[in-house]
Write a protein that binds this ligand. Structure first.
Ligand SMILES: C[S@@+](CC[C@H](N)C(=O)[O-])C[C@H]1O[C@@H](n2cnc3c(N)ncnc32)[C@H](O)[C@@H]1O
Length: 224
């Protein structure tokens, strides 16, 4: 992801101004996973896929210091920012995509926040979700948060106007070029398509647990 702002502080400020609910996303995602049947166990192994600057890791450390965390990201820049924030100790860091991780059945739970949206629906989304499902124990859960394509078109122009209003009210005045990695080249899909993809990947149906305008969070369980 080419970035036009400093990491990690520039990214963290911009995402909070750009993405409604971002400030609560990591907290919610970790709290949900911590309440899941498998990741609730003491010392559970948890994967943070696409850790970026480390928001989910900060929350995971705070809420579940006992978790054995593995943090992955293909971007050396993002991984370095995350390591700078959390320190290199006590987290297993890997510079890789989920697809190349090769960690079958290793994790009791996983988090993927704002990652799937950047992959095209040309087999890439399915490969990503399949690799995530495989990395989980049977019955393990994934918290997936992403920008979704609208399915209720009559409300769409109002939702888009509200999103612009949210950004103005949040004081967002970044150069649009700097926002490109977060706003351009995204491939959001609707819930029906997401359901088809996650079922094909090895998960049960997605349960929506979060929505703020177009950003939605789902709980997915690897089929037993
Ligand atoms: C928009 S950032 C989100 C970072 C963080 N999860 C957050 O919510 O702030 C998306 C991250 O996913 C990473 N990423 C992209 N493709 C990936 C893949 N196939 N597997 C794992 N991470 C990926 C990118 O390098 C980037 O750091």
């Amino acid at each position: 992801m080419p970035l036009g702002y400093d990491l990690p502080l520039g990214y963290d400020l911009i995402v909070q101004q750009l993405i409604p609910g971002y400030a609560s996303l990591a907290r919610l995602a970790v709290a949900l996973l911590a309440a899941s049947p498998r990741a609730s166990s003491s010392g559970a192994a948890v994967l943070v896929a696409g850790c970026g600057t480390g928001a989910e890791l900060v929350e995971a450390r705070a809420q579940r210091p006992d978790w054995q965390l593995t943090a992955i990201d293909p971007s050396a820049e993002m991984l370095a920012a995350s390591q700078q924030r959390l320190g290199v100790e006590s987290i297993s860091w890997r510079q890789t995509t989920v697809e190349d991780l090769n960690a079958d059945g290793c994790f009791a739970g996983a988090l993927s926040v704002l990652v799937l949206q950047s992959l095209p629906d040309d087999g890439s989304k399915l490969a990503f979700l399949t690799a995530l499902a495989r990395s989980l124990e049977h019955g393990g859960q994934l918290v997936l948060v992403d920008l979704m394509a609208p399915e209720r078109s009559t409300l769409q122009s109002q939702v888009e106007a509200a999103w612009m209003g949210f950004q103005r009210a949040s004081g967002l005045n970044a150069d649009p070029h700097d926002l490109a990695p977060l706003t351009q080249g995204l491939h959001p899909i609707g819930e029906a398509r997401l359901t088809a993809l996650v079922n094909a990947a090895g998960f049960g149906d997605p349960a929506r647990i979060f929505q703020a305008l177009g950003y939605e969070g789902f709980l997915l369980q690897r089929r037993p």
